[in-house]
Design a protein. Structure first.
Length: 234
């Protein structure tokens, strides 16, 4: 994206690039690499939780507008109310003349979703079970990881994929001093990932005070990138 904005005949002068991430070490490494690759660009990293209010650093150059770039499909990990609140915060942050460029995963054949969230290589399974490993390592847990299995499925009523960890036996687990009892077959829901129709996301954006101005999709309409602006913008 930065290549398209800063290089070539249609290059657009950028006042600054402000990457935001909660993982400080990763953020600083990435920001340094971007600054090295784009020496004329002012890169101002901010370590923050983007779901909570935070301050942006002052920008040296004057900026005609502010555009928020929210790639991937992270918006899908928020329930509809939380997603609308997050989009509303973006609308306020970008201002009446700004915009939001956002990735939105689209509803598709459930078989494709099942293949992605329960892949044959076990990548998503290992990602999900790693939550238990981190609880053991960082919070003093004693989960027997082999006593749980990964399970993911598409819930059409809510338009979301759910990921669960299912207990394979009656068992008790400790996290620090707290004990949790699980029955065989009982599950821990670890993630929800909402998928949208184009109309459904347009309605969600509208509740947050944003208009969908342009949509790009792949040929199979599996994924979209959408450009939103505050309602009423010409």
């Amino acid at each position: 994206m930065l290549d398209a904005l800063t290089r070539g005949a249609n290059a657009t002068p950028l006042a600054a690039y402000i990457p935001v991430d909660i993982a400080r070490e990763h953020l600083l490494i990435a920001a340094r690499a971007i600054a090295d690759a784009y020496p004329d660009l002012d890169v101002l990293p901010v370590c923050a939780d983007f779901t909570a209010p935070f301050d942006l650093p002052p920008v040296k150059k004057s900026a005609g507008r502010r555009v928020i770039y929210f790639p991937g499909s992270t918006i899908g990990n928020f329930g509809p109310r939380a997603a609308a609140n997050l989009l509303g915060g973006m609308a306020a942050e970008c201002g009446p003349d700004g915009g939001v460029l956002i990735g939105v995963d689209l509803q598709k054949d459930p078989h494709l979703l099942h293949a992605a969230y329960d892949d044959s290589a076990g990548v998503t399974r290992d990602f999900n079970l790693n939550l238990l490993a981190r609880i053991n390592r960082e919070l003093g847990g004693d989960f027997r990881i082999d006593h749980f299995r990964h399970h993911a499925f598409y819930q059409p009523r809510h338009g979301r994929v759910e990921m669960h960890l299912i207990s394979l036996a009656d068992q008790s687990v400790h996290v620090g001093p707290t004990r949790f009892r699980f029955r065989e077959g009982e599950s821990i829901r670890t993630e929800c990932s909402y998928k949208y129709t184009l109309g459904g996301f347009r309605d969600l954006a509208g509740r947050a005070g944003l208009d969908v101005r342009r949509v790009w999709t792949d040929d199979r309409r599996l994924f979209s990138v959408q450009y939103l602006t505050p309602a009423g913008q010409p």
